[in-house]
Design a protein around this ligand. Structure first.
Ligand code: HEC
Ligand code: HEC
Length: 283
């Protein structure tokens, strides 16, 4: 009985250190982060500060015409055979960043975010110096473009999603993924070179990352990372990817850990039985 009690005490202490200390440390060391997350209720996949998109059903065919007129001078859309209008170097020199290909953007970006971004990029991205201009399109024109973007978008995952959503600014060099935009152009445009994201999950943790990507200005006031409006599904997919690449041996380690635990349990059982056997003769 006594052994059981000791075991119980140990289990409780280990449990508290394992599950309790980290959140405690977080709430003490990262107080302003927790406060911002609470204040803005992050992640907010409705992007409620922007409001809804207008209830107009768009026409994809008209949207394609609008796209060619208003967007194709900067953006490619490979899925529909529209090539990038400039090579990356020229684009980076003109805009500070290579405008992304928009083939799949509607699959990983929240719809109301897209609407507000096209209407007023600086407001939606919360980055005043963003180099995509507001073009004065009316709601119908924008919703037509969104219908067109939806018609070409397929769901993408992992590395592909990372490249299309973040790759114009960020690389993941351990995965041999390099930012589309040359570093010196980014530095000029954003004031600093965006960090490599290979091991960002280890450095920052999912709790922080999910909130930061959702609303960078809330956690790093004054930051030059634009809000990019990822929807919930894409954020989760991206988190899984960032977790995998930041710790490629995690699964393997978990398996080994389980085997070691099982081995120790068996040994404890055997030791206990052995002890009982010896003491039986003495009592
Ligand atoms: C003058 C060039 C220019 C034009 C014209 C332009 N864009 Fe952009 N666009 C950019 C640049 C540059 C970026 C990247 C900005 C950044 O990340 O700081 C961008 C980014 C985007 C993004 C990514 C937003 C995100 O959440 O990451 C979308 C979507 C987009 N543009 C849609 C459009 C649509 C639709 C049109 C036409 C109505 C259009 N753009 C016209 C330059 C342009
Ligand atoms: C237009 C360029 C741009 C795009 C697109 C962009 N970022 Fe960033 N990102 C930055 C910059 C610049 C910083 C540095 C911010 C700072 O220190 O103020 C940054 C910083 C970060 C950080 C570090 C935050 C911290 O607290 O240190 C993370 C994580 C991050 N980005 C993730 C992403 C992800 C994920 C995506 C795609 C969904 C993305 N970014 C898209 C420019 C960008």
């Amino acid at each position: 009985m006594k052994e059981l009690k000791i075991l119980l005490v140990i289990v409780v202490i280990v449990g508290i250190t394992y599950w309790g200390i980290e959140p405690l440390a977080h709430s003490i060391m990262h107080k302003h982060i927790e406060e911002a997350i609470e204040k803005y209720n992050l992640p907010d996949y409705k992007f409620s500060d922007l409001g809804p998109a207008p209830a107009i059903s768009g026409d994809a065919a008209q949207g394609k015409k609008n796209f060619q007129m208003f967007c194709a001078s900067c953006h490619g859309l490979k899925a529909d055979g529209i090539p990038a209008p400039m090579d990356p170097k020229t684009a980076a020199a003109s805009f500070g960043v290579v405008p992304p290909d928009l083939s799949n953007v509607a699959s990983f970006t929240a719809e109301n975010f897209l609407y507000h971004f096209i209407k007023d990029p600086a407001r939606a991205s919360e980055f005043k110096k963003i180099s995509m201009p507001a073009m004065g399109l009316d709601d119908k024109q924008i919703m037509d473009i969104i219908a067109y973007l939806k018609s070409t978008a397929k769901k993408i995952h992992g590395a592909e999603l990372f490249k299309e959503a973040c790759g114009r600014c960020h690389g993941a060099k351990y995965q041999k993924i390099y930012a589309d935009t040359p570093a010196d152009a980014l530095k000029k445009y954003l004031g600093k070179v965006p960090p490599d994201l290979s091991i960002i999950m280890k450095a920052k943790g999912e709790h922080y990352l999910v909130a930061f990507i959702n609303k960078p200005q809330a956690l790093l006031p004054g930051t030059s990372m634009p809000r990019v409006g990822l929807n919930e599904e894409a954020t989760e997919d991206l988190m899984k990817y960032l977790d995998e690449i930041s710790d490629p041996h995690k699964e393997q380690r978990k398996k080994v850990g389980l085997i070691v635990l099982a081995y120790m349990l068996v040994m404890i059982g055997l030791t206990y039985a052995w002890k009982k056997k010896i003491w039986r003769n003495i009592h």
